[in-house]
Design a protein around this ligand. Structure first.
Ligand SMILES: [Mn+2]
Length: 245
């Protein structure tokens, strides 16, 4: 987050994450890294990570996880490229955050991921929020702005096998609500190209859950504060190959 700069490529952002994984001696990535700026964030499995220059007026969605000693992580952060959320970006971001936080707080043994956490909590919060923002008309409207499930088991595989009936202590799952508003979507075009997913891994405990990926800030204010700080990578400047170094 501190190293993010307009003008970087999506691939460079991917490289920074993967460098840090290796720095911690992670053997592999748990799955192909997804780094998508602006509208590319709407493409759920966007692994081309091709865009050569990310733009200061966009957000960037980064879904990456290290594989360490056989176990994989699965974490997504979405941040503004220039370090400041626009009003529209913040509205969508904070809504996804609210849905994620509520689902994390409700996760505990006996709870069902799809019925209790996804439909009754996260999806309801998102649908109500989309109505409030005027993006859909009724919370019961059919739409594709949250086109995937809330979470999955994680462990040896990134989408691990597991019991989806009810959570038990010791299970590790992801909680990953998202809102994706592609160019051309049926709503005010001020929302077009905004794509937000926030994904964390939680361990189900006897009483509730423990957030395993809490060192990466999630709240919009925390993200803005962290992005104001300098990064050691700011001075990592390579020779220009075109000029012959
Ligand atoms: Mn996931």
């Amino acid at each position: 987050m501190k190293a993010m700069k307009p003008g970087m490529s999506e691939r460079e952002v991917q490289g920074i994450h993967e460098f840090v994984f290796k720095k911690y001696q992670a053997e592999y990535e748990g799955y192909p890294s997804i780094v998508g700026e602006g509208n590319n964030g709407c493409i759920l499995h966007y692994i081309e990570n091709y865009k050569p220059e990310i733009s200061s007026d966009k957000m960037i969605l980064m879904d990456l996880g290290a594989e360490y000693h056989g176990y994989t992580a699965d974490v997504t952060r979405t941040i503004p490229v220039d370090g400041v959320f626009s009003d529209e970006e913040r509205a969508i971001y904070d809504l996804v955050y609210k849905a994620q936080d509520a689902a994390i707080n409700a996760a505990k043994p006996g709870v069902n991921i799809q019925r209790d956490l996804d439909r009754a909590i996260a999806r309801k919060i998102i649908n109500d929020g989309l109505v409030e923002l005027g993006i859909i008309e009724s919370p019961d409207d059919r739409h594709l702005f949250f086109p995937h499930g809330l979470g999955h088991h994680i462990g040896l595989d990134v989408h691990d096998k597991g019991n989806y009936d009810k959570l038990e202590p010791g299970m590790v799952i992801t909680i990953e609500p998202g809102i994706y508003i592609p160019e051309g979507a049926n709503c005010d075009k001020k929302w077009w190209g905004i794509a937000v997913r926030i994904e964390d891994c939680i361990l189900i405990t006897k009483e509730g859950s423990e957030l395993l990926s809490d060192l990466a800030p999630r709240h919009s204010d925390e993200i803005e504060a962290l992005m104001k700080q300098p990064s050691p990578l700011d001075s990592f400047i390579l020779p220009d190959l075109e000029k012959g170094g």
